[in-house]
Design a binder for this molecule. Structure first.
Ligand SMILES: [Ca+2]
Length: 374
């Protein structure tokens, strides 16, 4: 998902054995992956079904005042037919599962880059990536030529997002985004997230109207991210493209549209053709005069000169270009030493897709692994 919300670079995401999910946010795609372990016992479903709040599945959203206000706004701003919208919202289901999946990981778990990476740079994804690259080599080459985004970065993103179309999600997008827009869990960012998801309802309705489709036919992740690249509805409207030439944008059934859309998204978020992405670095461990830690967590931008970072105690690997701008990236590793990297503007373009250092580095590593294996 490329989005615009704040998914902290703290991808922490460890959920129970029942629910493995990414900490997401709604980036262009709220990328989360719903990976339910295959062994999820039927008994757990039974337990969930017996919970009283499961009755909320039958909630009638048209009885919620905030939904009525939202419908008023859609009628006033976009000329929707009120009766039609009321009919739609009567058929939207409240999805308790999406509330549970969007909740942040429990506190206290240290971030662990090695564990995160192992989930995404693995033989299954690498093999699927080789097959994907071979199948869509022409489209990947065309996207690279047209947008300047290397094939391996596009391959890395689509692999991390959905294992090349295998896990695109089966939630009705309208159910997911409506549930999150009006009953987001009680977190510090609740108000902002609800506003974000209301925008996603708006974009879902507009996208459906513009393309003359039934909005209920749109399926996606529990956070409403759609198709092979897991774009949120707003990102589809703003950044997706028709890359297979059939005149329509379809990220669920056209891997070629997905390829072009990922490249276009990155270019619109600062990707620069031909420029490097990231360089390894070390930081001074001596006490006192250095202050490299002041450059940690300074936003998702490359805004520091190399000499400035060096003066603060950052040691770049030899060969790191002195004339580019960088951001200092820390990849925490649980009890093991943190890895440090210097990210360029291209690195941070990937973080606009999903606001996480772990995410961006996994995309880079998976893409490289696929290229090497191919
Ligand atoms: Ca198309």
């Amino acid at each position: 998902m490329p989005m615009i919300f704040s998914k902290s670079p703290k991808l922490s995401i460890y959920m129970s054995a029942l629910l493995l999910a990414f900490a997401t946010t709604a980036c262009a795609s709220a990328k989360k992956e719903e990976t339910r372990s295959a062994g999820e016992p039927a008994s757990s479903a039974k337990k969930v079904a017996s919970k009283p709040e499961d009755l909320s599945e039958f909630a009638n959203f048209t009885q919620w005042k905030e939904v009525v206000d939202f419908i008023d706004r859609m009628v006033a701003e976009h000329g929707f037919d009120r009766t039609e919208l009321e009919s739609i919202f009567k058929n939207v289901k409240y999805v308790e599962t999406t509330i549970q999946l969007i909740k942040p990981a429990p506190p206290g778990r240290p971030k662990n880059w090695a564990a995160y990476r192992a989930r995404f740079v693995d033989p299954t994804r690498i093999n699927a990536g080789v097959a994907f690259w071979n199948t869509y080599a022409d489209a990947l080459a065309r996207a690279e030529e047209q947008y300047g985004v290397p094939a391996e970065i596009i391959v890395g993103i689509i692999g991390v997002e959905t294992i090349y179309g295998r896990n695109t999600g089966n939630f009705r997008v309208l159910d997911a985004v409506t549930t999150l827009a009006f009953d987001y869990p009680d977190t510090p960012t609740r108000a902002a997230r609800m506003k974000f998801f209301r925008g996603e309802i708006e974009n879902t309705l507009l996208f459906a109207r513009e393309n003359d489709i039934d909005p209920f036919t749109l399926l996606g992740s529990y956070a409403g991210a759609i198709g092979w690249p897991q774009f949120m509805p707003s990102s589809i409207r703003n950044f997706a493209i028709d890359f297979d030439g059939d005149g329509k944008i379809n990220l669920s059934s056209s891997p070629v549209d997905a390829i072009g859309s990922v490249a276009h998204f990155l270019v619109k978020h600062g990707w620069k053709r031909g420029e490097p992405i990231v360089f390894p670095a070390a930081v001074s461990t001596s006490e006192g005069s250095v202050h490299w830690d002041a450059f940690i967590s300074k936003g998702l931008e490359a805004k520091y000169k190399l000499e400035e970072l060096k003066a603060a105690g950052v040691s770049p690997r030899s060969g790191t270009p002195a004339d580019m701008m960088f951001g200092l990236v820390d990849l925490q590793n649980g009890e093991d030493p943190t890895e440090y990297w210097l990210g360029t503007e291209n690195f941070f373009a990937i973080t606009k897709y999903n606001r996480s250092y772990f995410y961006a580095m996994s995309v880079i590593d998976l893409g490289r692994a696929v290229r090497t294996a191919r």
